[in-house]
Design a protein around this ligand. Structure first.
Ligand SMILES: O=C(O)CCC(=O)C(=O)O
Length: 219
């Protein structure tokens, strides 16, 4: 299937059908394997306290980081997982290579060093409120997102500041860099019966897996 490349706003690039079914299955196999590790794999962390909840749960059912660990409890990045002291899995070389390839083709930058990959697994009742990714000391480096499984409703801030939404399918990638790096964004519904090809053995109906590859530290 031909890829579809578009920019819903400046510096926010989406490529649909970036992955073939075979490639999607290979990535999902790798992530599932990493996620099954009892200490470094998927877990459901607590989130920073807010004025409504003392110990809210992270809105996404399963979460893990590769490379530096973003701690949902204090929004800081760590070399080891706070509490356990275990270092997350390193970022697999093939994933770093993919990020370079994607950026070279769709959002060329002088340099990019993948230091943390956040993996979010969404189910029917997960969503993610509007936020800006501002916990990285480096907010110039673009963020590369990989989307597998079901399509989702994705909210993003357009150039004039108004919120818009679109549907992001599985087997796609997105990049937000430059003027879009600090745009507000969030996740609405995960759509039923939209599982992209290749995901069948790994994800169920209304399930979605997203990886965001980030350079956290300044050059
Ligand atoms: O799941 C997604 O596509 C977005 C995740 C997200 O908002 C983030 O990593 O900041």
């Amino acid at each position: 299937m031909a890829m579809k490349v578009y920019s819903p706003r400046r510096d926010f690039v989406i490529v649909e059908d970036y992955f073939t079914a075979r490639q999607a299955a290979d990535w999902l196999r790798l992530v599932t394997e990493l996620g099954s590790d009892a200490h470094r794999g998927f877990h459901h962390p607590e989130l920073k306290a807010n004025r409504f909840h003392k110990a809210p749960k992270y809105p996404v059912k399963k979460f893990m980081c590769l490379g530096l660990y973003w701690n949902p409890k204090d929004y800081l990045y760590y070399e080891t997982i706070p509490g356990s002291g275990v270092a997350p899995h390193p970022i697999p070389k093939e994933l770093s290579a993919l990020a370079s390839l994607v950026l070279a083709e769709y959002f060329p930058v002088q340099s990019f060093r993948p230091e943390s990959v956040m993996v979010n697994f969404y189910t029917a009742d997960s969503s993610m409120g509007l936020h800006v990714d501002k916990d990285e000391p480096n907010q110039e480096a673009p963020i590369v997102g990989l989307n597998f499984g079901s399509a989702c409703r994705f909210f993003y801030e357009a150039e004039a500041g108004q919120m818009r939404d679109l549907r992001i399918p599985g087997n796609s990638i997105y990049i937000f860099g430059g003027s879009a790096r600090r745009m507000r964004h969030g996740l609405g519904s995960i759509y039923a019966k939209t599982l992209a090809p290749g995901a069948e053995d790994f994800l169920g109906n209304k399930e979605r897996l997203n990886l965001t590859i980030r350079q956290v530290l300044k050059p």
